[in-house]
Design a binder for this molecule. Structure first.
Ligand SMILES: C[S@@+](CC[C@H](N)C(=O)[O-])C[C@H]1O[C@@H](n2cnc3c(N)ncnc32)[C@H](O)[C@@H]1O
Length: 196
């Protein structure tokens, strides 16, 4: 992802569907970039905000509430965009695509990882004027989820104690349901570019 974004230090990276900051904070640190993150739940945005100092100097990361279809960011304001395992949640795919086209400056790239059954290259990037520059598989991802699900199952009692019944139940249910899917799921990453 670092090499595909082709960014220079102090340029601006936008993380759409940033969750608690995960991928964006790691990448911004690796790239020496400034970071803007967008997600829906205020609690995710505030957790991301609280973690930022572990990765970046003060003032180099900001997180806002917004959606993939309505980010509130200025047009052509990003030197790179990532959307890690979030794009497929957009209720209005067309609006999310248009935001992906609007936010990067001309020539800048967006990386979209896809956790669904369809490869990221099957998305209609060209309909909004984005060029598909590259697509790659993430072959390590199913193994990562299998290991994580096994850990949840092995630590079920601890999860119930620490997170409470309802949350632990959701996680154990997800692990049971999704672990078998990891045998056939394909995880991919697409690099798209706003034409210069
Ligand atoms: C699987 S998590 C990935 C989080 C983060 N990108 C990461 O890699 O750690 C999916 C994220 O997408 C966010 N999300 C779902 N629908 C969204 C939408 N319409 N607009 C913005 N974010 C959304 C969720 O709140 C969640 O944080």
């Amino acid at each position: 992802m670092v090499s595909r974004l082709r960014m220079r230090p102090r340029q601006r990276l936008v993380d759409l569907g940033c969750g608690t900051g995960g991928a964006g904070l790691w990448l911004a640190r690796a790239l020496g970039a400034e970071l803007d993150g967008i997600d829906i739940p205020p609690v995710a945005v505030s957790l991301a905000d609280r973690r930022a100092h572990q990765f970046l100097p003060a003032g180099r990361a900001t997180f806002h509430v917004g959606t993939l279809g309505e980010t509130g960011l200025d047009s052509a304001s990003a030197d790179g965009v990532i959307c890690a395992d979030a794009f497929s949640f957009a209720p209005d795919g067309r609006a999310a695509l248009e935001e992906l086209r609007r936010i990067p400056r001309p020539g800048a790239r967006a990386l979209i990882t896809s956790p669904d059954r369809h490869p990221a290259s099957s998305k209609p990037w060209d309909r909004v004027g984005l060029e598909l520059e590259a697509e790659g598989e993430r072959p390590h991802v199913p193994g990562m989820w299998r290991r994580l699900y096994r850990l949840w199952a092995d630590h079920e009692d601890e999860l119930r104690n620490v997170l409470g019944e309802a949350q632990a139940e959701r996680m154990i249910g997800e692990a049971r349901r999704r672990a078998p899917e990891m045998d056939y799921r394909r995880f991919s990453v697409a690099t798209v570019r706003r034409p210069a």
